[in-house]
Design a protein around this ligand. Sequence first.
Ligand SMILES: CCCCCCCCCCCCCC(=O)SCCNC(=O)CCNC(=O)[C@H](O)C(C)(C)COP(=O)(O)OP(=O)(O)OC[C@H]1O[C@@H](n2cnc3c(N)ncnc32)[C@H](O)[C@@H]1OP(=O)(O)O
Ligand SMILES: Cc1cc2nc3c(=O)[nH]c(=O)nc-3n(C[C@H](O)[C@H](O)[C@H](O)COP(=O)(O)OP(=O)(O)OC[C@H]3O[C@@H](n4cnc5c(N)ncnc54)[C@H](O)[C@@H]3O)c2cc1C
Length: 672
Amino acid sequence: MSEITSSIPLQINPDLQEERDKASFNVTELTHIIYGGIEKTKKRKRLEKLLFSDPFFQEYQNVRAFGSRSEYYAASVKKSTKIFKLRRQHKWTDEEYETVLDICHDDLALTLHHTMFIPALERLATEDQKSKWLTLAKQYKIIGTYAQTELGHGTYLQGLETTATYDPQTREFVMNTPTLSAMKWWPGSLGKSSNHALVLATLIISGKKYGMHPFLVQLRSMDDHKVLPGVRVGDIGAKMGGNSVDNGYLILDNVRIPRNNMLMKNAQVSPDGKFVTRGPSKANYATMMLIRVQICTMAYQVVSSGATIGIRYSAVRRQSKLDPQDREPKILEYQTQQYKIFPGLAMSYAFLFASRSLTRKYEEAFAEIQRGDFKSLPELHCLSSGLKSFCSEHSVRQVEIIRQSCGGHGYLNAAGLGMLVNAAAPMITVEGENTVMYLQLARYILKRFAGAMSGQQLDGSTSYLSMDPATYVCPVMSETDCRNLTALCDIYRYRSYMTVCRVARQVQHDMESDMPQHVAINKNLVDLVRAAKAHSYYIVVKDFVEGVDALVASAPVIKVLRTLCCFYAAHGIAEYSGDFLESEAVGLHQLKWIKNLQVSLLGEIRPDAVALVDAFDYHDITLSSALGCYDGNAYERLFKSTENDPMNKEEVHPSYYQYLKPFMEEMNKSKL
Ligand SMILES: CCCCCCCCCCCCCC(=O)SCCNC(=O)CCNC(=O)[C@H](O)C(C)(C)COP(=O)(O)OP(=O)(O)OC[C@H]1O[C@@H](n2cnc3c(N)ncnc32)[C@H](O)[C@@H]1OP(=O)(O)O
Ligand SMILES: Cc1cc2nc3c(=O)[nH]c(=O)nc-3n(C[C@H](O)[C@H](O)[C@H](O)COP(=O)(O)OP(=O)(O)OC[C@H]3O[C@@H](n4cnc5c(N)ncnc54)[C@H](O)[C@@H]3O)c2cc1C
């Protein structure tokens, strides 16, 4: 017993080393592919070293795990300011700064300043306004947030009640929260951190409403951070996760701001109160679209972190018996364990390629929009809405499955999985609740489908809706065909087509039966969401297949990625087999072959599983998991983590003297 210590061995756990030794491909090569080249990988490693050589980042993990809410928030403010200072000191480019945020992999208290306030100023302010506020914001001379959601409305933006009433006499806007439900509720960094907010409010001029517009409102004094007159602001309380962020409430009591504080890139109010608009009516929704695109990348990071923890732990955890003559096997040997974790591994690579493709499309469309050409906006809105929903839904679900696959230890905070699930869970809700976003996509698909029916040639992600379904023959004719990625992709495409076609016909039929449009739509909402999900699944599979096909890499890397891609597609067909059969994208024979393939691919992926997660190259501090550490010394690290637990600070806890001791004394005296 005396040999048991909490020190961490210097060597890699031999069980993990054994996995690394048998990898069929070069891990570093794949890491370079993931991060976009050798130079980018090197730069990321340099930044990682710079950050994590500061002991604060290690200490931060302890506060995160064991600190009170307020201590965690304070540490996170410290972390945010440290990163801001480092950015200035090292003159990081935007790309380098993004990399640092990825490395930190954690909600920063001041995250909204960077993720929404600055991008909103960039997208919604005029050049003059940018030269003033964007400069101040980038130099951290003002700290801001994006305050759109209200207690009463988050989804339905037309229902927002905060008003900005123009007063031509003073050339000011009067910002007001007229009701309880109109108070801003949820914005990150609002409660305690921000001194400014971009408040989204309904513009009113001479009693007439002109829709939702952005207004820059100062909330706190720049001298002492005290709340300004007419402003009430605070934190909304502890959440399931992300408690380093002070999501807040805001009440404005007829607060006056200068006319120029309305961000006027897309619409202007002249000094005498004339309203002029430029570009499409949804131009002010631009910041939300950017974050939806980023959520797909976050989903990749979440699921790949979860897969890393789950696979490394499964390679060092031994339990029960397979061969009665042999020692206890690694739990990774069990087929059921592989079936729980490998879908998350394959999904990581699928989302890597899908988010990369979406980001590229976003950047191209954004460049066009900056030039005043809005033609790709509807396509991008719907693509980003669908993929944001799909990637967030699937990644959060998969990480929870991985958490369960780690047995009891997966339930500990030190495992890092529970915190990951809880931190990632809001991806499903933020920037448009997933069902609502799927329905935005469904609305677009229905329109495009109607266009195709009337002979329009479609382009973009929905171009396949012009296909002639009569020409479809399931491309899988034998078990070997199941490995053909193009064939699998065709199956997804046809299933999506049929799902869209069926609901479109049903909606049309209902409307022709004299049902009002809104009733017909509501009657079919479940199937509309199903169609949007089928379409999104097809896009993700297509992006994965095309991404792998386009790779310039060594044969072993291509081979292992093709295997994962095949597994991802086969697993989806097996999991949603009802949909695939119903749409006749596959028959019973094909389904059986694909299910067989899915299971045999588990065995093919198995020898490369650890190498495939090593390729994500997450730093131990980024992963923040005793189970998922690179060295695989999970038990030692779990035991070590108890050292920082405040519960273990005293041999006898104060509650003993306060409650347990008097209680025991009373019990001992009692005659009962
Ligand atoms: C470790 C991991 C960490 C993870 C951390 C996670 C937390 C990270 C922190 C994150 C921080 C989180 C921060 C936050 O959460 S910030 C708050 C985010 N809030 C939202 O996203 C609100 C969601 N609601 C909406 O966007 C709108 O109200 C919707 C879209 C639902 C309806 O809208 P509306 O009622 O106005 O319109 P309509 O239905 O009459 O449709 C009208 C037309 O408009 C088109 N349209 C709609 N939108 C767009 C658009 N964008 N671009 C182009 N077009 C668009 C649409 O296609 C339709 O076109 P058409 O059919 O007529 O041609
Ligand atoms: C962690 C976190 C951070 C956030 N940060 C910010 C921020 O920085 N700034 C900000 O402004 N906001 C922020 N929000 C708010 C967030 O954007 C909203 O919560 C989100 O847009 C969802 O809106 P809601 O809460 O009104 O959901 P609701 O719309 O009330 O959704 C509740 C249910 O109603 C259903 N529903 C609603 N409308 C429809 C419909 N048309 N059709 C079918 N079903 C429907 C939904 O599907 C859902 O099941 C944050 C929220 C969270 C959780």
